[in-house]
Structure formats: C-alpha cells, structure tokens
Design a protein around this ligand. Structure first.
Ligand code: ADP
Ligand code: ZN
Ligand code: ZN
Length: 703
C-alpha cells in the first residue's frame, strides 16, 4: 500500500488481558471523521472499530514501523457524534473498563459481523417513513397533579424525580412530556428506559398506540436483549439516523446513539436491574443523569419508591434533583389496605393463614383476581434426609440444589448443575427424604388443594397460574401468561418478583406476600430498602381500576404474613409512608457513613482456592499502600480487608471481594484509576498464578 495519508486511532474490542492499550493505530488513505465505523485487521481476524480521533498526516510513523491499513469503512452509517463518544469514554473511565470494550458493547452485536457491502444493502431497504399525522388527535385530560408535574418539567431544567404513587399516572406524564418535546422540534428524540423486558410488552403497546398515529409507524423503536440481532440493528440504525423519535428500552438503551436526544425518562428508577452485573458494571440510571447534563437533555426519573440515592438528591436541602409529587391514584382510587398476619399466632408450618385463605376465597367467589408473591422459585429450596441429615448440596457451589417437583430434578440456581431427584438418600440409603421450605411451585400446588372446592361466580373452579423464571423460559411464554391474567382467565396468580412490578393489572384486588421475612435480617444494608420497594410495588398491583373497584363494591388489600409484623418495614408499608421510611433509613445511613453519604467500590477476585483469591487482594492492598495511592495517606479512601462472598463458591470457583469507601467520589475515582496498573502488576506476579480473574464494581448494589 502507498504511504498512508492519515493515522487513525481506533477503539476496538481487544482480547482480555492482551495488554493492549485503549486505542490501536491504523493507516488510512483518506481522513476519517471521529466516530466513523471501520473494519480493521486485528491479529488474523477483521473486527469492527470506531475512529476515536485522527492525526494529521505526517507520513512518518513513530518508530519506523508500518501501521496496518484499515480494511474498510462503513460509509453508510453516519459517524457517531461527540456526545455519544464522550458518554462511552466517561463510562469506561468511571467503571474502570477499556474504552474499546465499552464502545463495542454499546453497539448492536450484528454491526460487528456485517461487511460494508452487506450493511449498505440493509440500509437501502425501504424503511417506514415517519410522517406526522395530519388530524391532531385528542389528548386525555391530565389530573391536577399530573398537570402540575408536566408544567414544571416543561419549564424547568431538572433532573426531575417524579415521586408518584403506584397508579398515580406517572406513565401518562412521561407520554405527555415526550409528545410535547417531539411536537415542538421535528428533530427531537426521546429515550424511555424501563427496568425489565417483562414490563415492556404492555408499555410498548401504550407508546406505539400513542405515538405511531402522531409521528408515523416507525417513530417508536425498542432496544433490549430479548430482541434478535437483526431487530436490534434495525432499531439502533433508526435511532442513529434520527428516523426513530422514541427509543423504548432497558438499561442497554442508555448507550443508544440519539443525535437529537432531548429527554430521557427512567421509569421505576429504583430498580436494581438498571445496574449491569457483568463487563462494565454501569448504572444506566446514573449514566442517564450524566448523559442528560452533557447532551443538554432533560432527565426524568420516576418511582413510587425512589432509590435512597435519588430521594436524597431530591431533598430540597440538597437540591440536586427537583422533586415532583403525585400522591393520589387516578380516579380517586384508594391504595391497598395493608393487613398483617402474625405468624407466631398461627399453627406451626402454616403456609396460608386462615384469614388470608378466607380473603382469597371470597375474592375468587366474587370473580376478582388475587396475587400471591413468594420470591423463591422451585418446589423447595432444599431436600434433606431425616435419618442422616444429608442435604441436597450442589457439589460445585456453596449452595443447595433446589428441588423442582414438576420435572423431578434437583437444580443449582447458581451453576445450573442438575440431577434427577434420588429415591433414596445418597448417603445412608434411607427412603425418608423430604423437601424443606417452599418455593412458588409448592405454593401453586398447595393453593390448588386449598381452593379445590371454591367456585367462581360462573360455577367453575378457581384457576391458579404461576409466573416465574421457570414457567417463562420459552419465547413468548411470559407475554402469553400475562395476557391470560389481563384477560381475566386467571383467578389467583402465584409468582416471584416478576409479577410485582409495573404491570397495569385491572382486576387484581388482593396481593399477598406469604413469606417476606428473609430479607429483614440480611447482611446487605440495602435489603430493607429493596424489600420495602418490592412490597410497595406489589401492593400497587391491586385496585388499579377505581371504576372496577366501585362497581364491585370492594376494597383492595395487601396481606403480609410475618413473624415480625411490627418491623418498621411493615409499619411503613401499612401507612404507605415512603418518606418516613426513607427518612429513617437515610438517618441510619448517615450515622454509619454509608451511601448516599459515602461512595463505594468493590474489587472481586475469583480463583480455585479462597487463599489465592484473598491473597491477591491482600497483596494488591499492600502494594496500593506502599505506592501511597491517592486517598490512602490521609485516609480519604478506606480499604477493608478481603472477605469471601456470601455464596463463596460457584461452579468450583472461589470468590472473594474487598470493599473500598470514601466520602469523596472524586478521590475514590482517582484512587481506582491509579490502582488499575497496580492490580495488573500484582496479577502478573508468579504467586498469584492461580487467580482466574478480578474485576472492579463501582457503586456496587450488592455488597
Ligand atoms: P403509574 O405509571 O403511576 O403506575 P399509569 O400512568 O399506568 O400509572 O396510570 C394508571 C392508570 O390510569 C392507567 O390505566 C392509565 O391509562 C390511567 N390514567 C393515567 N392518567 C390518566 C388520566 N389523566 N385520566 C384518566 N386515566 C388516566
Ligand atoms: Zn440419609
Ligand atoms: Zn452449583
């Protein structure tokens, strides 16, 4: 090849531990704008890369070496703009990952496999033009609370925290804000994020139904991991080219290329699924705030139970976010009345207390729906032998194998190891082996027996259904099962947290948490916050249609069976008093200097033995102190000793972690950046050969 006119620096995904820096240099015959997508040789392969920046032509290469030429340019795709590149660079820096890794993970997977000609063909396919409909469609009238929130979002800068009860009409506020934003500017785009795929089908219909008539059939696109690669590419290209006006997606959508972005909505902003748990462990909610500020887009977070971080930030005394409140339910509907059952007063081994069973029975007889929540799938969490005490431990993990009765298997929920249920105890041969504890499968079975003689208004027996990760594995299964509930073909729905969140069920009038105590005494300081949010969300599924409730002459109820019914979590639930709950939690956190009053990061180490895992962390800690890394000499950054994870061994890998804490986010960041090379160097020492991997988790959600 003739001497290159340009040197371009490319962000690309290099193999792990290749030791290659963030950007690789290549030669190009013509100048390429930053953000241009290219294909370049890497070893013997050809891979996708993004031009990060380009040098003026010099013809001279650093040490006389020749740079490899780029292999091709994806000309059909406009370069990724500066705000997108800045977002990726920030995320890589903040979450301590390689730039190329984050950049490539942010692009649709199929883009990696397409050659420029193939992509060009795809781009030539006629898309759906988005034309604005000519007849201006009727808007539904907002309530006073909604109208006030809408007005402030329109006139102020935010970021906003929309604190609205379940069923207060938050989604309607999002829809209206998006609509106004897009109507005011034909190039404007909005990003709406939701926590999980299972919430998307219904919401997607609502968005398409609202916006397709106004902005054209291609105006709304989705982005989530449940889509096929061609679908994802199509959505991504539509957003990138500006033809899609609204992107509705899960956490990954925070990285969508949206040149006209003016509004980001983060629905159920407290939901832990906004935190990515592998690779770059980013928080899509936190990145949304950053992206909004950088790109000049408004950010609207919404929740009935905000994260304590967001609640604190929206405290008028702190003033980082603007808090907007919508306490009332649409149609003057009432929130569920909370009824606590003291399980100490119930016969031993009671699953459904008599008053709860009675309440469910009455609802079935009236044709109303009930929902029973238990956050544990399978039939029983463990099988045990009465004679010798054997338990169904997973041979590969420090966890029990869960008993699944439907297919008579013992399954490890951590590594997937599955065996058939033995007829005799594997240790002593006794036939006396029994399940201990219960999961959703068992609840479904027991409820079936208990409600056997209960009739619906049409004289037919009660219909019980279960929704959890086991019943929804097949593609489309969840949608089908949810549709049955919406269509009124189910009387009692049993399930895990999957059924508690977001769904706009119209006929559920009773929700029961049969065994929520487990989370009360967890070592995780966020467990109470999560339990409270889950129960409030679950309660929010009941009584959502005020007109139906009035017609039925019924009241909605949330039942909690507990051995600690007076616990402050349940006390706050009873009064639906999130602010009081949050105030108490924040006071505790402040006294203990925990988030949001401090910042945390974790380093995790995986190895064949716990000694090696902890040894690596101990050595890296000593090296950090010896090097006097930022924050250590004056104690601004505190390093805690390594400890095994709660589930110490998974798939024969021993796991340890150590916590870092600082009251200064900036200092913690400086420390982490300086520590990376120290960790790398420690890892390459021969005594840590047995280490499998290490990773950093910034702002971890589970510690
Ligand atoms: P949230 O997101 O706060 O749980 P939604 O926006 O889903 O609440 O609203 C709950 C129900 O009330 C939905 O069925 C919605 O269509 C309806 N709704 C929302 N706003 C209004 C309004 N202004 N007038 C009539 N119905 C409304
Ligand atoms: Zn035995
Ligand atoms: Zn296992």
């Amino acid at each position: 090849m003739s001497s290159p006119s340009c040197i371009v620096h490319i962000a690309l995904q290099t193999p792990a531990h290749s030791g290659v820096g963030d950007l690789l240099s290549y030669a190009s015959e013509r100048p390429l704008a930053p953000g241009t997508l290219v294909r370049v040789p890497l070893g013997s392969r050809e891979v996708l890369g993004v031009v990060w920046d380009a040098d003026e032509a010099t013809g001279e290469l650093p040490d006389g070496a020749t740079l490899r030429p780029i292999a091709g340019v994806l000309d059909g795709v406009a370069p990724l703009d500066l705000p997108w590149r800045r977002l990726v660079a920030f995320a890589a820096r903040y979450y301590q990952r390689a730039l190329g890794e984050v950049a490539l993970a942010a692009l649709p997977p199929q883009l990696r496999d397409l050659r420029p000609e193939q992509l060009a063909r795809r781009l030539r396919r006629p898309g759906t033009a988005s034309e604005v409909s000519q007849d201006a469609i009727q808007n539904i009238a907002l309530t006073t609370e909604q109208e006030i929130a809408r007005g402030r979002i329109a006139s102020e800068n935010g970021p906003f925290l929309l604190f609205g009860s379940t069923g207060s009409g938050k989604t309607e506020v999002y829809l209206r804000c998006v609509q106004e934003m897009l109507e005011a500017d034909p190039t404007a785009q909005a990003l709406v994020m939701v926590p999980e795929i299972n919430l998307t089908p219904q919401l997607e219909e609502r968005f398409v139904g609202r916006f397709a008539p106004r902005f054209g059939p291609g105006a709304v696109v989705s982005l989530h991991s449940g889509m096929t690669n061609p679908q994802r590419l199509k959505s991504w290209l539509a957003a990138h080219s500006g033809s899609a006006r609204i992107v509705l997606g899960t956490r990954m959508a925070v990285f969508a290329s949206l040149p006209g972005l003016q509004l980001i909505v983060v629905d159920e902003e407290h939901d832990p699924s906004y935190k990515q748990q592998e690779g770059a462990r980013y928080s899509a909610r936190d990145l949304a705030i950053w992206r909004g500020r950088e790109q000049g887009a408004k950010v609207l977070l919404g929740s009935a139970t905000p994260s304590l971080e967001s609640w604190h930030a929206s405290d008028p005394a702190v003033g980082r976010y603007l808090r907007l409140e919508m306490p009332s339910r649409i149609g003057a509907g009432a929130l569920a009345r909370v009824r606590r059952v003291d399980m100490n007063q119930q016969p031993r081994r009671t699953v459904f207390s008599a008053p709860l069973l009675q309440a469910i029975t009455e609802r079935v007889a009236r044709g109303e729906q009930s929902m029973v929540l238990l956050n544990r799938r399978g039939y029983a969490p463990v099988l045990h032998c009465v004679d010798c005490g054997w338990k169904s431990d997973c041979p590969h993990c420090s966890a029990h194998q869960v008993f699944h009765k439907t297919d008579r298997t013992l399954r490890c929920h951590h590594c997937g190891y599955t065996v058939r249920v033995p007829f005799h105890c594997p240790t002593c041969g006794s036939p006396d082996i029994h399940p201990m504890g219960r999961g959703t499968e068992q609840l479904e079975e027991q409820l079936g027996a208990l409600l056997r003689n209960v009739q619906r208004p049409d004289g037919n027996p009660a219909r019980i259904a279960r929704i959890d990760a086991d019943t929804t594995k097949a593609k489309g299964a969840l949608e089908a099962q949810l549709a049955q509930v919406h269509a009124g073909e189910v009387d009692v729905l049993v399930g895990t947290q999957m059924i508690a969140k977001g769904h706009d069920f119209r006929r559920i009038t009773l929700v029961a948490a049969v065994q929520p105590d487990g989370a009360l005494f967890s070592s995780d300081f966020r467990a109470a916050e999560r339990l409270f949010a889950l129960l409030m969300q679950a309660a929010g599924r009941a009584g959502r249609d005020a007109a139906y409730m009035a017609a039925q002459g019924t009241q909605c109820e949330m039942w909690v069976q507990s051995f600690h019914p007076q616990h402050p979590v349940f006390e706050a639930l009873r009064t639906h008093d999130y602010p009081a709950f949050a105030a108490r939690q924040l006071k505790e956190r402040e006294e203990a200097a925990m988030p949001p009053f401090s910042y945390q990061a974790l380093v995790r180490a995986d190895a064949r033995t716990q000694e090696v895992a902890q040894g690596f962390l101990t050595a890296a800690t000593a090296a950090a102190h010896a090097a006097q890394l930022p924050g250590l000499p004056d104690g601004t950054v505190i390093l805690f000793p390594p400890v095994p994870l709660t589930i110490q061994r998974v798939a024969n890998v021993e796991r340890a972690q150590m916590l870092m804490e600082s009251h200064s986010r900036a200092t913690l960041q400086r420390f982490l950046a300086a520590w990376q090379p120290v960790l790398q160097a420690t890892r390459s020492q021969p005594e840590h050969k047995g280490l499998i991997r290490w990773l950093v988790d910034v702002d971890p959600l589970a510690i």
